[in-house]
Every structure is written in structure tokens, then in C-alpha cells.
Design a protein. Sequence first.
Length: 289
Amino acid sequence: MVLSSGLFAGNSQVNLASVSATVVDLKTGKTLLNKNNNIVMPLASITKLMTAMVVLDAKQSLKEKIRFSKEDKQNINNYYSRIRIDSELSRGDVMRIALMSSENMAAAALGRNYPGGMEAFVKAMNKKARSLGMKHTRFVDSSGLSENNVTTAADLAKMVSAAYQYKKIREYSTTKTFTARFRRPRYVLGYTNTNVLVRAGKKDVLLSKTGYLDESGRCLVMVRQIGRKKVVMVLLDSFGKRSPIGDANRIKKWLVSGKSGKISRAALNYEQMKIAYYSTLYSASYSSK
């Protein structure tokens, strides 16, 4: 792990249960911490931040009702969703539940309802990635369910910094709970945020997105207010269900006090295993197309 000079309290060793991580000062772009941040790996539902940016860049109406179709279900490999086929919801609310609750069918519907459909949408995602300098990132879908959506922690720091500039992404991704009111037929579904810090009402979380696949492990990105600074945190493939939040809190502690705490031997063994795994599957030569 490589550390820059400490943000507040120094640059002592930071122990993290995430295989790959990076921490960046949002304002200056200065890297404060990196750990294996150039390893190419799947990003799972962190993908949905790019999905939201592409929709907002296209200036599609957030009030327009969009209909969920069988194609959306197919585009998420028939993955479970509570949303009923042929029902409708405003594009803004569809984006909100995709970001806050990682609703995969919502992300699929956003892509399908883009001018030119899903194929054009994915091309726009990769074009946006190139424009942000994400040299080792590739997208193949809008939900993140494919393990072929790949990136690096360094690239994701750029994407999260860009996503923070969108007011709607900040708002939607940090919504604690939400009731979506569908029509045709009329029904309601309740959604909660997938980030426990947001659910707990932590006001220092300014942007959030979680992700999980068997191939990617547990992932978390945030923009967090620490003192007077806004900090981008990228945590990929954390060991254990609670490890991403644990790592985020260890980073916060390190930035404030210079101390981070310990991680388990099992987490260290997991990291070694996963680094070997990624090296056999992915190459850092991946680039957006």
C-alpha cells in the first residue's frame, strides 16, 4: 500500500480489508492513499453511477413515465425484481431506486429507454469513461450484473469525482428510504438505501454507491465530508459483508488521528487469493471502446 502525506494526522500504515482501494481529495484531486489501485476487476453495481451520468447528460426528462418491459428482465438475466412488467414510473424515480437501492431492473430500463436503446447507451457509457480518462474501464451493460464491466480503483476515483458534480446523483444516492408509486397498475414499493451509513442518517456521506457480485466481492464508493474536506473513497472487493463500512471508518479514523486499527489474518489471506485470481482473468490493458 502506498500513502501520500496524511490529510490531517500523518501517514502511518492503514490496514484495509479491501483488495483494492484509493482515497482522493475531491477538491485537489490529490491521491491520499492507494492500495492495489491499478488492478483491473469487476465493479458490479458501482456501474449505476455511470448509468445515471449518461441519462443526465442526455437531458432526458426525469418526469417522463417509462414502462418496464420483458426486455428489461432479460437484460438482467431474469434476476429477481419486485417491479411488475408493463408498469410505469417516472424516470427520476427509476434513477433514484437504481442508485439508492441498486434496483437492477431500474438500471436496465434506463438504458433501454435511451435514444438508440441499450446498444447506444453502452456506447455512451464507454465514451463518457474515455472522456474522464478512465483508461482501464469497460462497460457492457447498465446494471453492473455482468462481470465484464471492469475498472480499477484509480479509474473509479475519477468517475466518482465526476458523479459528485451532479446534484441529482448526490440526492438520489443518499436517499435513506423511498416509496415508489407505480402506475398501470397502481401499486407502491418501499426501498431502503444499501449503505448502512446512509440508513443510519450519517450526514457526512455526500454520495454513495454499493456493489456486489460473486466475481467482484463487496464494493463501496463514497464522497465523505471529513472535517473541512470532501474525500473520495473507493473500496473494491472487501472481505466480509461488513468490511466495506469497516474500511471506510478505518480510513476516516486514519485521516483524523493517524491510526486505523487492525484487520484479520483471514482478510489478508483473501487478498492474496483474489490478487492471483484477478491476474489470471483480467489485464490492465483493458480500455474503453
